[in-house]
Write a protein that binds this ligand. Structure first.
Ligand code: FAD
Ligand code: NAD
Length: 498
């Protein structure tokens, strides 16, 4: 895409990020009204709900990526995209500083972009709570590169465990995968049994879904192609709270825990990871009598998914604005998603702090809302320009008939402006929660009339699959994901290391 000078008659709208929030905004935005500039270190949209299926190869990573170039090329007005990190938002000077942090750098790798309006949709990073060793030794599950890294590490652990003369103890350690995710699972090597255990930490949906995918991979494929690990491979899910999937109803939580048990995933609730080294984690376990015990769990691969933390660029912006002083989880916004203490800056999705959960559903509804808001703002400005022009005409006209006609036109336009300006504040409509729990079963809590419809099992799994297929970004993504599922059904998953 060639570089185009901004049209001086239009306002410049800079959008940070190419995730759920920003892409929903771009999809519905009438880009002809603004000089639109998108800045993101990722030149694609990622369909995160199927990311837990990527490390095991149930879904290929390219099937859930949609190039941002495809998205912006289909817009009527030109949209400029820069692959870069916004490293500073200077809200007083109204510029963002961005850096090209990719491997290949040109003569210029840092620049400033001025904006009239700014939408911050940079998402969040994985929380580590400052627990020692997590950053150095754990894998996260947020980006495609994370999924590739987990894949490499899991397969490496398996092949290294199979290395000639490896001791049983070392085999057990290597085959113990720990996943510490928000709602994650810790796979802990069971010391008493002679087994190789995988540990996932965090009993939120990311952890549960990935633990389930990993156990499926083991049961369906690894057991067949690497039979030597079949008695030793073990998955343990570690969660600090008393239950997994806290956002689901009690019946579905019980159903999930029962299913994980049937799958032979060891679930360790009330277990909080406190320290991580390259070979083991230390976790504090709360016993039924309330006393605490420190346990050491050796692992081969640790996946950490314990929720969201604020990105540095957002923290820096918050530090510039006194009105953000008491906000902890992200940018505090008003009911129109305007960042408190700013003018012309909006935030959406995981980088904002609202009463809603940080989910794709919320971010995409916020994006669609902002598109309506910007489309309305442009319409208002256009009508107001026309009204100014009519007023000028009326002031210079000598004819009473002309003046009367202009007056009528102005009344109509005034009514139109009032109508366009009547945009109600953002309100989220919850459509429900879905999660895959393994063995071709899923759980669903669906908003139904004024209540909730809860279901779990094989039929829900089919519903989960069809719902996720329909939610994929494009027909291309839909076809690729469906083909991936078919491929796995016919040929199984690939056990080679990437
Ligand atoms: P993101 O989608 O994370 O996008 C942020 C964008 O900002 C990215 O393009 C990123 O590259 C870019 N960016 C980062 N730093 C900068 C910077 N400095 N400058 C410019 N751009 C930057 N939610 C659901 O509702 N249902 C699900 O099933 C579900 N499954 C999930 C599974 C996984 C494994 C994960 C990790 C999350 C899942 N979520 C799900 C949560 C959902 O993905 C997030 O809530 C959603 O992505 C938030 O959207 P966002 O636009 O705020 O941020
Ligand atoms: P989460 O915040 O939902 O869950 C994190 C879990 O990790 C919590 O249950 C927490 O108790 C646990 N935890 C934190 N620190 C721990 C520690 N030191 N030791 C052990 N356990 C610890 O995080 P997530 O699962 O990554 O989800 C993030 C967001 O994305 C959520 O809003 C979630 O709803 C959404 N999401 C939704 C889906 C879905 O709908 N299928 C899937 C994935 C993510």
């Amino acid at each position: 895409q060639e570089q185009i000078d901004p049209d001086p008659t239009k306002k410049t709208l800079v959008v940070l990020g190419t995730g759920w929030g920003s892409v929903a905004l771009l999809k519905k935005l009438d880009t002809e009204n603004y000089n639109v500039i998108v800045v993101s270190p990722r030149n694609f949209f990622l369909f995160t709900p199927l990311l837990p299926s990527c490390p095991t190869g149930t879904v290929e990573h390219r099937s859930i990526m949609e190039p941002i170039r495809h998205i912006i090329r289909h817009k009527k007005g030109t949209v400029q995209f820069y692959e870069a990190d916004a490293t500073k938002i200077d809200h007083e000077r109204r510029v963002i500083v961005c850096n090209d942090n990719s491997d290949i750098k040109g003569d210029v790798n840092q620049t400033e972009i001025p904006f009239d309006y700014l939408v911050v949709g940079v998402g969040a990073e994985s929380a580590t709570f400052g627990i020692p060793g997590v950053k150095e030794h754990a894998c996260f599950l947020k980006e495609i590169s994370d999924a590739q890294k987990i894949r490499k590490k899991v397969m490496d652990c398996i092949e290294t465990a199979m290395f000639k003369d490896q001791s049983q103890e070392e085999k057990d350690r290597l085959l113990h995968m720990i996943l510490n995710t928000p709602g994650s699972v810790v796979f802990v090597r069971n010391k008493t049994a002679d087994s190789m255990t995988q540990v996932v930490v965090g009993g939120g949906p990311t952890g549960v879904e990935f633990a389930a995918e990993l156990q499926d991979f083991f049961e369906d494929d690894l057991r067949k192609w690497v039979p030597d690990i079949s008695d030793s491979f073990h998955v343990t899910l570690v969660e600090a709270l008393p239950n997994v999937l806290p956002m689901f109803s009690k019946t579905l939580i019980e159903y999930t825990e029962k299913t994980l048990n049937e799958e032979k995933i060891s679930l360790r609730t009330k277990t909080m990871v406190k320290k991580v080294t390259d070979k083991y984690i230390e976790a504090e376990v709360t016993r039924p009598d309330g006393s605490k015990e420190l346990q050491v769990l050796p692992y081969g691969c640790l996946i950490w998914a314990t929720g969201n933390a604020v990105r540095p660029v957002v923290r820096d912006l918050m530090s510039q604005i006194p009105a953000q002083k008491n906000s902890r989880r992200g940018l505090a916004v008003n009911e129109y998603l305007v960042v408190d203490g700013t003018d012309g800056i909006w935030a959406l999705g995981d980088c904002s702090a609202t009463k809603y959960a940080p989910t794709a559903q919320v971010a995409s509804q916020q994006g669609a809302f902002l598109a309506r808001l910007f489309n309305n703002m442009a319409k208002t400005q256009n009508i107001e320009k026309e009204m100014t022009h009519l007023e000028e005409l009326a002031a210079t006209s000598d004819s009473d008939a002309d003046k009367e006609s202009i007056k009528n036109q102005l009344a109509v336009k005034e009514k139109a402006v009032r109508k366009v300006k009547q945009l109600s504040p953002f309100e989220y409509t919850h459509q429900g929660s879905l999660a895959y729990i393994g063995m071709e079963r899923a759980v669903a809590d669906i908003a139904w009339w004024n209540g909730n419809f809860a279901s779990g099992g094989a039929w829900t799994y089919l519903f989960w699959r069809s719902a996720y297929l329909s939610m994929c970004f494009s027909t291309r993504n839909r076809v690729l994901v469906a083909l991936d599922w078919l491929k796995v059904k016919v040929f199984g998953r690939d056990v080679s290391r990437e």
